[in-house]
Design a protein around this ligand. Sequence first.
Ligand SMILES: Cc1ncc(COP(=O)(O)O)c(C=O)c1O
Length: 469
Amino acid sequence: MLVQHGKLPGAPDQKQSILHGFLRGWTAQEVVDLDIPQGHVQRFGETRMLVGRRGIFRSTRLQQQKSGGRGIGHRRGVYQCVAQDGSGFALTLSKKMGHSPPVRIYMDHNATTPISPEAYDAMQRWLRPGTPQNASSVHAEGRAARDAVERARDQLASVIGAQAKEVVFCAGATEANHLAVRGRPGHVITTAVEHPSVLAAVQATNCTIVPVDSRGRVSLDGIASAMTDETSLVSVLWANNETGVLQDLSAIATLCRERDVMLHVDAVQAFGRLPIDVVALGCDLATFSAHKVYGPQGAGALWIRRGVTVEPFITGGHQERGRRAGTENVAAIVGFGAACTRIPESLADQSRLARLRDQLFHGLSSHAEVHRNGDPEHCLANTLNVSFAGIEGEAMLMGLDLSGVSVSSGSACTAGSLDPSHVLLAMGVGDEAARGAVRFSLGAQTTAAEVDQTISLATEVADRMRRAA
Ligand SMILES: Cc1ncc(COP(=O)(O)O)c(C=O)c1O
């Protein structure tokens, strides 16, 4: 196949991605078209595999400009880049702009998402030195900060179907979960697979923890039979952060309404991945976090349905209508609001992510012995939790990390030893399989080429671990 004129077939943005990915830090002086059939590549210098953000390219330096450094990312010259399908382009690399870190594949979006340009730009104005920002002050600077916070409140409210006054900003979803759970006196019902922040918050209450089945789902009967006359709140995680498993929230909401019990939903992982309308959902309280939707860490929110009272547990000033004391973190809140403007785009991307997740699972299971954890039917599009037979998840995580892939294992480090995930244990996954669990969570920047690359790197790491065992 001849090298295409200027553009890679089927992937118009590949060339750009290459330039901004692997070859980051270099200026591409010009991109020239070559007319060289594949397999007939003129060899000068070395041949390298180029792993770009969107493809794997074999790259051959045709002409040396000036040597220096090591490897393709470090030498000036004219390179021919040929993709696996034979298409390609040539580029001339000139002066290096700075350090070029190795390309990494980030598959840990359930832990945190990289900040979006919208959030970053919006925050910058508030992080500039010499910008006072107390949104409670009545002077001009204070009023500007107040306007910015209220704008962010509108932005969040509009993407969850809420009224702005119902949104209480907190320093993250951990705090919002505590406010929801501890703010309602009485008996609380929750599930065994909640985020640790909810499980910690219910410790301060009279609570019942309902089990889940082997697929990670809680039964309606389980919740119904735990209800007593004292029950004031049911708190349920909509989408599990470790497995991506979704609970049947509309059925749970109906049950709560019938029994006149409030429903709190931890919607942190569902946000931006499932359409959310808190009113249609039928819940009373819902938790959100900025850094799971390409916003900054340290900003979260509790939606409190109008008419519902929640006892604040952080007391002092009268911020957030007396529901959460403390000077608002204007920059983080503004970043949260700006990140919300990307939610429609993120929702539209979910079917692509589901295809990539399935591609990942099929690739992994055809090369390595893996078992999928969690209900595959009721699951977030971006999340895949698998156990590698006979291998510690933590060892896989470290092996993948060294190979350039970022993932999470379900294990938590407690007092120097690794405890298997409480979520997997609650699902009845055996101790060994739970210790072998790895979570891959995809996001807006994940590409099919990255998934392929992850499959081959994970297979390599797993083979190496097994041989070493
Ligand atoms: C489901 C869920 N709830 C709550 C939290 C806590 O969020 P934050 O980091 O904003 O405190 C997380 C974070 O991982 C989460 O995944």
